[in-house]
Write a protein that binds this ligand. Structure first.
Ligand SMILES: NC(=O)c1ccc[n+]([C@@H]2O[C@H](COP(=O)([O-])OP(=O)(O)OC[C@H]3O[C@@H](n4cnc5c(N)ncnc54)[C@H](OP(=O)(O)O)[C@@H]3O)[C@@H](O)[C@H]2O)c1
Length: 331
């Protein structure tokens, strides 16, 4: 009796660990002259000035969880915590296997250091704190009308030529400033403009974002959750902390606050109706515009919750409805 040929078990495909979702890139930017994928969602390490020892421990744990969950884009700046943010990030990345190579590290030169010798000194100090030889992307944090952009951009280009900076970007730049800055780059291009952009704050994002899209500049959207409001915070009577009020003053000004909260509650209802987290709507509304959300997360649970929100993609119809609600077109 011949026995039936034994079926070979199907080759097992290596599976990504269930708790490590892949975060596909949102687009590419030119880094070191090569098209490099730009991650779709990032971890912002500003921390809103909270840099006490307990905050630092939480930040370390948050970076650890972000790494574990597959996030690779880390955003910091020389001004965040007076350099503490960069130092913490540098120390954390050294501990992860391939942390230095795999991470996409973005830092920024302060608006107070835009003269050429200052730009160089700032980068050297940032690299020392980050424990790296180069950063993937170096941004001008904000323009300073007292310093000609020609001087700053020239200095950045020299640093890129030396390999200390993979690519050059800017932050909080208007269309005019982008045009002016681009004119002063000989070989490099501006690859990113990091701006405040969310469902409620669109003044800059819409116009500047259009220009960026047409000129191949990727928009990194900061404050994508309107400091937690688009996560549902402050909708059940929770007090808005003074530092949040100060930073997002345009949302919480007395003449606007009640209306903004009412619209945010309508957005929350919409999210419930479609069984997605409110943050999914906030993050994917940006992504649908080609803008990469840069989310501030101050504790590990927020990484989990934001990645869960990211993994639920609301339909285009829901995103359009959300936009109408945020704009005030829906009673
Ligand atoms: N280029 C610039 O000028 C500029 C300016 C501002 C920010 N940025 C960058 O953009 C990053 C993000 O901006 P952002 O921090 O202003 O805004 P955001 O992402 O809109 O808000 C972040 C805050 O929302 C809360 N939050 C986040 N996830 C949450 C969750 N799952 N559940 C409940 N609350 C949650 C947290 O508040 P708590 O921490 O209070 O829990 C967090 O600090 C910054 O870290 C920084 O890297 C750049």
């Amino acid at each position: 009796m011949t026995s039936a040929p034994r079926r070979r078990p199907p080759a097992r495909r290596p599976r990504a660990p269930a708790d490590r979702p892949t975060v596909p890139p949102i687009g590419t930017i030119a880094v070191d002259g090569l098209a490099k994928p730009h991650p779709a969602i990032g971890l912002g390490l500003w921390g809103l000035g909270r840099w006490k020892p307990a905050d630092e421990d939480r930040t370390r744990a948050t970076i650890g969880r972000a790494w574990e969950r597959g996030l690779r884009w880390f955003d910091t700046a020389e001004v965040y915590g007076g350099g503490r943010s960069e130092r913490l990030l540098g120390e954390a990345l050294l501990k992860f296997p391939a942390g230095t190579e795999e991470a996409f590290v973005v830092t920024k030169v302060s608006w107070e250091h835009l003269r050429p010798s200052q730009v160089r000194a700032s980068l050297v100090s940032s690299l020392e704190r980050l424990a790296r030889r180069s950063v993937d992307l170096y941004l001008v944090h904000a323009p300073d009308a007292r310093v000609p952009l020609a001087d700053t951009m020239g200095a950045l280009e020299a640093l890129r030529e030396e390999g200390k900076v993979g690519a050059i970007g800017v932050s909080n730049f208007s269309v005019e400033e982008l045009e002016e800055a681009s004119r002063h780059l000989a070989k490099a291009r501006i690859v990113v403009n990091q701006i405040e952009y969310n469902l409620f704050n669109r003044e800059d994002g819409d116009a500047v974002g259009d220009y960026c899209r047409r000129h191949g500049i990727l928009v990194e959207a900061y404050s994508p959750l309107a400091r937690g409001l688009l996560h549902g915070r402050y909708l059940d009577g929770r007090r808005v902390p003074a530092e949040v009020e100060r930073f997002v003053h345009n949302l919480f000004e007395p003449n606007r606050r009640a209306e903004v909260l009412a619209r945010a509650r309508r957005l929350r209802d919409l999210a419930r109706e479609h069984d997605v987290p409110l943050a999914s709507i906030a993050l994917h509304w940006l992504a649908a515009r080609g803008a990469a959300p840069l989310v501030g997360m101050s504790r590990p649970e927020q990484v989990d919750s934001n990645l869960a929100a990211w993994s639920a993609r609301p339909s285009d119809r829901v995103l359009a409805e959300a936009e109408a609600i945020a704009r005030g077109d829906r009673a």
